[in-house]
Design a protein around this ligand. Structure first.
Ligand SMILES: *[C@@H]1O[C@H](CO)[C@@H](O)[C@H](O)[C@H]1NC(C)=O
Ligand SMILES: *[C@@H]1O[C@H](CO)[C@@H](O)[C@H](O)[C@H]1NC(C)=O
Ligand SMILES: *[C@@H]1O[C@H](CO)[C@@H](O)[C@H](O)[C@H]1NC(C)=O
Ligand SMILES: *[C@@H]1O[C@H](CO)[C@@H](O)[C@H](O)[C@H]1NC(C)=O
Ligand SMILES: *[C@@H]1O[C@H](CO)[C@@H](O)[C@H](O)[C@H]1NC(C)=O
Length: 493
């Protein structure tokens, strides 16, 4: 008997470990994915957003109204504070602080030793930290040229310090899974690091896209379009063959659109929620999406499609909208590309999930926001484009690998497809990166002006605010909007 109990306990412990190993990232709706970090000696536990859209490890080092967790500088015996001012600006919000260095370790990354790394100690911020968010800083994973800086000071990226200590370049893998259930909007994922010598054989990334310039993760996005199939698995397979035969090929890449998509830059950014697109392309994609929703008798108002407002229903929704295809330049040949196929579950994003069926007086409320935004000129593949996939960032070799994942939505990767000519040339993707030293200053200057996009995640939920509803009990059969503005009207089919 005791023996059996012991086995059961052991199994539970094992499973528990396995699950903990599996997920080391989590976050609330709209708030990207956070990882636990230990800073200083003795270690202080904080959570930082995993952000491929910036390059600095920046942590709060002062108490704030919204959150009482922060790095207590006086309690770390190993902190070296240079006192030099550094800052970063985002499209909304900014922070300033000091360049310092201390010991950094991540308890969930077994292969990565503790290293002394540069950090930015945030001492002042504006619209940067969110009320009630579970994180106190950012872990920037991009390249040095876009690191936070000040007069005579640049905050070296944590990954560079790791590479130096390990004496080999490290790659990292993001496996973002989205939410685990329809009634809880918290999302989960995993972050892993690999040296080139401990690559697991099952991480054989067939689909790789080149990093065109090593600042942000800048890639060649050739087109963003609707795929004409919807959610059911069988349909996907049947239509995929059809799609492959009659629409893929050179004709699939519209030269004007691919120039437009990359005219500023196209980046892969885990610190941004949405797929953001140049205005014209956003309009094309969303118009089509809205049309498809109307054709399936789902009337959702324009505020949802074009103005980033939430739409709510009294029960969770199963979407059967067309998928979104994102064509990426292939690393293997410049006349090849492959397609990320993103199901509606990814871009019809749950922002609140309250099941009140058991309670009295209030109705349940399941709210969604569109994971697509207009950006002006840039293209940003936020985590909406990564959920349900595994994405390997091979920083030193300069490519990003994409592969299907065993968790999350059934997003997929297909290809490779051939074009008759060099896509690098026809889409004007060849702008050279100037000499690194020069480019650091240049890029940093740009940074100040444009923003490093990372904090776009902050804006997702706040602007415009998720609508607050006057909630009243509804007759069961009625399917209408809960929003004051009647954001959603669903017709009976
Ligand atoms: C933050 O949220 C809490 C409740 O979640 C609220 O009491 C507090 O006033 C908010 N603070 C600010 C600065 O908005
Ligand atoms: C969602 O799940 C997480 C962990 O499983 C839990 O901590 C959280 O309270 C849940 N949220 C809601 C609204 O139930
Ligand atoms: C990174 O790319 C290089 C060259 O393509 C390769 O040798 C190395 O194994 C890759 N690393 C990982 C972790 O895949
Ligand atoms: C909501 O809760 C009720 C009772 O608590 C349960 O029967 C129902 O299945 C839940 N709905 C969802 C979508 O989980
Ligand atoms: C695409 O081109 C490669 C070499 O350039 C060739 O090996 C491959 O067979 C081609 N694929 C198709 C589907 O035409």
């Amino acid at each position: 008997m005791v023996f059996v109990v012991l086995i059961v306990i052991q199994t539970i412990l094992f499973l528990n470990r396995a699950i903990c190993d599996e997920f080391n990232l989590s976050g609330e709706a709209g708030q990207a994915y956070a990882l636990e970090v230990h800073v200083g000696h003795p270690p202080q536990k904080l959570n930082v957003l995993v952000d491929t859209g910036s390059a600095t490890l920046a942590i709060a080092s002062y108490p704030r109204k919204e959150n009482d967790i922060y790095f207590h500088t006086v309690s770390s015996s190993s902190l070296i504070n240079s006192g030099k001012q550094v800052q970063a600006k985002y499209s909304q919000g900014n922070w300033s602080g000091h360049l310092a260095s201390d010991f950094i370790s991540f308890p969930s990354l077994h292969l990565v030793p503790e290293v002394r790394s540069d950090i930015a100690l945030i001492t002042k911020s504006h619209k940067f930290f969110m009320n009630g968010s579970g994180w106190q800083g950012l872990l920037g994973l991009a390249y040095l040229p876009v690191a936070a800086w000040g007069d005579n000071a640049v905050v070296g990226p944590w990954l560079d310090f790791v590479d130096k200590i390990q004496k080999k370049p490290m790659s990292f893998l993001l496996k973002l899974c989205g939410t685990q259930s329809q009634t809880n909007a918290t999302h989960y994922g995993s972050f892993k690091m690999f040296g080139d010598d401990n690559v697991k054989p099952d991480n054989n990334f067939v689909f790789r896209t080149p990093i065109l310039r090593k600042r942000w993760y800048e890639v060649g996005v050739l087109s963003v379009r609707l795929l004409n199939y919807t959610n059911t698995k069988k349909d996907v397979i049947n239509n995929m063959e059809k799609d492959r035969n009659d629409t893929h090929g050179v004709s699939n890449i519209d030269i004007e659109s691919c120039r437009e998509l990359n005219s500023e830059k196209s980046i892969v950014d885990s610190g941004t929620t949405s797929i953001t697109l140049p205005n014209k392309i956003f309009r094309q994609v969303v118009d089509e999406l809205k049309g498809a929703a109307q054709n399936s008798n789902m009337l959702i108002l324009d505020e949802f499609w074009y103005r980033g407002e939430a739409a709510c229903w009294p029960e969770p929704q199963e979407w059967s909208l067309p998928w979104i295809g994102i064509d990426l330049l292939s690393y293997e040949a410049d006349n090849q590309y492959f397609t990320l196929e993103i199901p509606s579950q990814n871009f019809m994003r749950v922002v609140t999930a309250n099941n009140n069926s058991g309670g009295t007086g209030t109705v349940s409320e399941f709210c969604y926001k569109l994971g697509l935004e207009a950006s002006g000129k840039e293209t940003v593949l936020g985590y909406t484009a990564m959920e349900g996939l595994q994405v390997l960032f091979n920083r030193s070799a300069g490519w990003i690998g994409w592969q299907e994942s065993d968790c999350g939505s059934n997003a997929r990767v297909t290809g490779p497809y051939n074009a008759s000519t060099s896509l690098l040339l026809v889409c004007s993707l060849t702008r050279p990166l100037p000499d690194v030293n020069v480019s650091i200053k240049a890029a940093q200057w740009t940074l100040c002006v444009i923003s490093i996009v990372a904090a776009a995640v902050l804006v997702y939920l706040l602007a415009p605010c998720v609508k607050m509803f006057l909630i009243k009990p509804l007759p069961i059969a009625q399917q209408i909007s809960l929003s004051q503005a009647a954001l959603v009207e669903q017709e009976n089919a």
